[in-house]
Design a protein around this ligand. Sequence first.
Ligand code: MLT
Length: 311
Amino acid sequence: MSKPVVLIAEELSPATVDALGPDFEIRHANGADRAELLSAITDVDAILVRSATKVDAEAIAAAHKLKVVARAGVGLDNVDVSAATKAGVMVVNAPTSNIVTAAELACGLLISVARNIAPANAALKQGEWKRNKYTGVELSEKTLGVVGLGRIGVLVAQRMSAFGMKIVAYDPYVQPARAAQMGVKLLSLDELLEVADFITVHLPKTPETIGLIGEEALHKVKPTVRIVNAARGGIVDEEALASALKEGRVSGAGLDVYAKEPCTDSPLFQFDNVVATPHLGASTDEAQEKAGIAVAKSVRLALAGELVPDA
Ligand code: MLT
């Protein structure tokens, strides 16, 4: 009898294949290449992806044997969950696999943008020793506005309070008492925009959150604010942010995610006070290993017809 086929459509940790074990035929494809994906998905039982593969209604319709879509990470915005559900395809993810890693990157961007680490590094390597040009600001005693106090937002809040930052947050789904237990004051979004010295975004990408930090919001912030987005591209509107930076209404930004990815050419990249990374939020050995093992286990259970527990 032939083995069920598992398609690995992006580069995943080698631990993923080890955790799948010998019971499957493993195939590889480049899921970011649309034609390759649509052809490779036709006869597989499961597909494993990160964020570059769009498992949308068209891909699901092309997959005649598909039973599971496994997202080796948190966000499901590249998977059409409702199309999958209608087609009887299970969608699994690894919701806690990379939260520490993602939080650490957000903190890194925040520190980098406060202290001009990236432009100073680039300048020094070009032979420029410019100490005054790259004078930064302290984090201690500054107010950090966390937009989205979910799993990652909480980890960022905990870590940055160790730097002496005062933490405020906007999250309509969190009770003020719960936030207070963590030493976080809940505010409305407008209040947060007005008081924050730094803003860090930790929301999923949904129709409600796209453009949340856009033109209107960016007219409410302090001109000294520095904004970090290591969540999803498009939640901070890139054009609005570029205008705010140009007009001096925002002092800096740390960006890991973009409305359209891959993104190698953005008006935001012209600013010295923008630190930009190529969607590295989940990219550590540890997070990739955890994500790969978690989804491999879920795929095994799902293809064996067993219950897949919530991670
Ligand atoms: C996530 O949603 O967990 C990350 O975007 C994962 C990734 O980078 O693959």
